[in-house]
Design a protein around this ligand. Structure first.
Ligand code: SAH
Length: 221
């Protein structure tokens, strides 16, 4: 996965991608800009060549370091809830394969993304496809801390299961901002939409059920 050399994106891949987008639409994804970004991005670039077809099935997939690339529906669902506008400044926790970061960048936002696993962070550095997105800035660090020196953010997306809403992330959200985060036990989480109103009051709503890999504390060398 994540090769340094460019790979082919042919009519077959594009056809599979159209089918995937139809599945996402049928499952209730309505934001056309999210669907367009996912139709544009070759998801098979993010997986091992042996799994090209699986790249366009609606399921999560293992990448290196025991981590996963989120299911396409989950990526679409979280991204839709973020109500992305061009030039939004977004903090992502859990870079993983950079697929979610790429979807956000394709939509024209400025992405700041944190990964706690050094091996995964380093591995991604060679990934040829990221040259398309100078608007993605990657950081090796602990997502529980956020990025105070770049705060505040218009939007925050957490792509690992948190046992609780990290208070420092709420602090780093702008007034009028939106944070989407799966919260709960390892066995299953509720997607929460946290909004901060113009006065800085925080509101929380519980949405659908999901299963993510855990958000772990601290960095891993
Ligand atoms: N957004 C990713 C999905 C990542 S899976 C994608 O599109 O592929 C979740 C990722 O969160 C894993 O890579 C895991 O190492 C990372 N992670 C877990 N806890 C973290 C933390 N505290 N800070 C930063 N990253 C974390």
């Amino acid at each position: 996965m994540l090769h340094s050399k460019p790979k082919e994106d042919n009519y077959l891949h594009k056809g599979l991608r159209k089918q995937l987008v139809k599945i996402l639409r049928d499952k209730g994804i309505k934001d056309e800009r999210v669907l367009a970004a996912m139709e544009a991005i070759p998801r098979h670039f993010f997986l091992d060549p042996a799994f090209e077809r699986q790249a366009y099935e609606d399921r999560a997939f293992p990448i290196s370091a025991g981590q996963t690339i989120s299911q396409p529906y989950t990526v679409a669902y979280q991204t839709q809830l973020l109500e992305i506008k061009k030039f939004d400044k977004i903090l992502e926790i859990g870079t993983g394969s950079t697929y979610q970061s790429s979807v956000l960048a394709e939509m024209g936002s400025m992405v700041f993304t944190i990964e706690r696993q050094k091996a995964l962070y380093d591995f991604v550095s060679q990934f040829f496809f990221l040259k398309n997105y100078p608007n993605i800035k990657r950081f090796y660090g602990d997502g529980y801390e956020g990025l105070p020196s770049f705060a505040p953010f218009d939007k925050i997306i957490v792509t690992a299961a948190a046992p609780l809403v990290p208070p420092k992330l709420v602090e780093q959200l702008k007034n009028g901002g939106i944070m989407i985060i799966p919260v709960g036990e390892d066995a299953g989480q509720k997607m929460l939409r946290i909004t901060k109103d113009k006065e800085g009051q925080v509101h929380e709503e519980a949405l659908g059920d999901f299963i993510f890999v855990p958000m772990l504390a601290g960095k891993n060398k």
